[in-house]
Design a binder for this molecule. Structure first.
Ligand code: MEV
Length: 449
């Protein structure tokens, strides 16, 4: 396909952008325009809000928004909003929320909400000189940024600490001004980045006007940016019960289940191949709530994965302890989210999610998100060490297969009933569908998942 370049594309109207795409890439087939328009919100004002979130918006992209009720977290029941496309995630969250609700619920604690950011720079003198110099001008970082921090300080936040860090072990002449921040209920990215850029200017200016030697005055500011790795912004969440209470299924040997569960967590702690999938399942739940509440799931994921590697090897974010007949299962991870600013007051569905959760503050939201991650992981590991994951997953995926096949509502009901006591596989569903329609099984389905 020849490369179609566009000049000044962002300046075109939405209609013109769609036309250009359809003409240049889709053979002028304007059913595509109908498709794109069919995803526009029917209220023009609401659509305008979405249009303006990003550049070059041409339409909206739906993912399902579901809820997982019965989350008992620190003695309060939540109905948790989740935005996710994967079939079995909300079902698993809801099932495991109810399971733990009957066993005392989730106990979540926030350890700290400190965020972190750096001015990365090159400097060419002795570290001790730099350290003394930064200490001598430290007050200026606070006093000269008072107008930026005023609001945050009035809410109990602001700059918490500033230090110069020697990273010349990693790279000759590489140092950082490392600052810690409390951003209260905001995720605080703009606040932190604005401050870091001011710090860099102050550092550069003060060095130039100092009485240090000419060579010690030389500094190259590489960049100023918050870190999405926030290892102090930690939430812990746990569930526990007697091993005897681990299942209502009389045919299940609870001791054996607990042992296998423990082995599965151990495998995720020693084997990065498994740890990656294990933690991916945790983020199935976490991301869904992070997205529904208008937070940055890329930041939360990146941070979680770095934290999972903090001991030098990528490990499980959850852990289990079986002691004196008790089963204790917990998660510990950094989650940096906000409940004010960003999308929270703009996106109508995000506002709805916050209302549904009782307008939590950032700490409460961290606790809820951690509980969902833990519930998700409990459900996944329980399935893996008992029935296998496909049973539940394929039951939920059945509808996707039927929709691909174009099954009617009636056919869906019949086929769902047929599979209620059978293993679902793609080919078995196609067979049953063909049988029901009285057609030969030559249906071509591109996606064989
Ligand atoms: C699928 O999205 C997630 C799981 O693979 C997680 C896991 O294996 O723990 C089921």
């Amino acid at each position: 396909m020849p490369i179609k370049t566009a000049k000044g594309f962002s300046k075109l109207s939405k209609e013109a952008k769609m036309e250009w795409i359809v003409n240049e890439y889709l053979g002028g087939d304007d059913t595509n325009i109908k498709l794109l328009k069919s995803y526009w919100h029917n209220d023009a004002e609401t659509q305008k809000i979405h249009d303006e979130f990003i550049e070059n918006t041409i339409t909206n992209f739906y993912i399902p928004f579901g809820v997982a009720p019965n989350f008992l977290i620190n003695d309060r029941i939540y109905c948790v909003p989740m935005a996710i496309e994967e079939s079995s995630v909300v079902a698993a969250a809801a099932k495991n929320a109810s399971f733990w609700m009957e066993r005392g619920g989730f106990k979540s604690t926030v350890i700290s909400t400190i965020k972190i950011g750096h001015v990365h720079f090159a400097w060419y003198g002795e570290f001790s000189t730099l350290k003394n110099f930064v200490n001598s001008i430290k007050d200026k970082f606070y006093s000269e940024t008072e107008s930026i921090t005023a609001n945050m300080r009035s809410r109990g936040g602001g700059i918490k600490d500033i230090n110069v860090v020697d990273r010349s072990d990693l790279e000759p002449n590489y140092y950082q001004l490392e600052a810690k921040f409390e951003t209260c209920d905001a995720m605080g990215a703009n606040f932190i980045n604005s401050l870091l850029e001011e710090f860099a200017k102050i550092l550069e200016r003060e060095l130039q006007s100092s009485n240090l030697s000419d060579s010690d005055k030389k500094i190259v500011i590489i960049m100023c940016i918050l870190s999405n790795y926030t290892p102090e912004c930690i939430v812990k969440c746990e569930v526990s019960c007697k091993i005897d209470e681990l299942s209502e299924d009389p045919s299940m040997d609870k001791e054996e289940f607990a042992k296998k569960f423990e082995q599965a967590i151990h495998v995720a702690n020693i084997e990065p191949y498994r740890a990656t999938t294990h933690n991916k399942g945790i983020f199935n739940g976490i991301d869904a709530v992070v997205i529904a509440t208008g937070n940055d799931f890329r930041a939360v994921e990146a941070c979680g994965h770095t934290y999972a590697s903090k001991d030098g090897q990528y490990k499980s974010l959850t852990n289990v302890e079986i002691k004196d007949g008790n089963f204790k299962f917990w998660i510990e991870l950094p989650i940096s989210v906000g409940t004010v600013g960003g999308l929270t007051s703009l996106h109508p569905m995000v506002k709805f999610s916050h209302q549904l959760l009782g307008n939590p503050d950032a700490k409460s939201l961290m606790k809820i998100i951690a509980a969902v991650g833990l519930a998700q992981n409990f459900g996944a590991v329980r399935s893996l060490v008992t029935t296998g994951i496909q049973k539940g997953h394929m039951k939920m995926h059945l509808l996707n297969i039927l929709n691909q096949l174009g099954a009617s509502k009636e056919e869906c009901e019949k086929i769902k009933l047929f599979f209620s006591d059978k293993v679902v596989s793609h080919s078995a569903v196609v067979n049953e569908f063909c049988k029901l329609r009285g057609i030969k099984n030559n249906v071509s389905i591109k996606n064989n998942s």
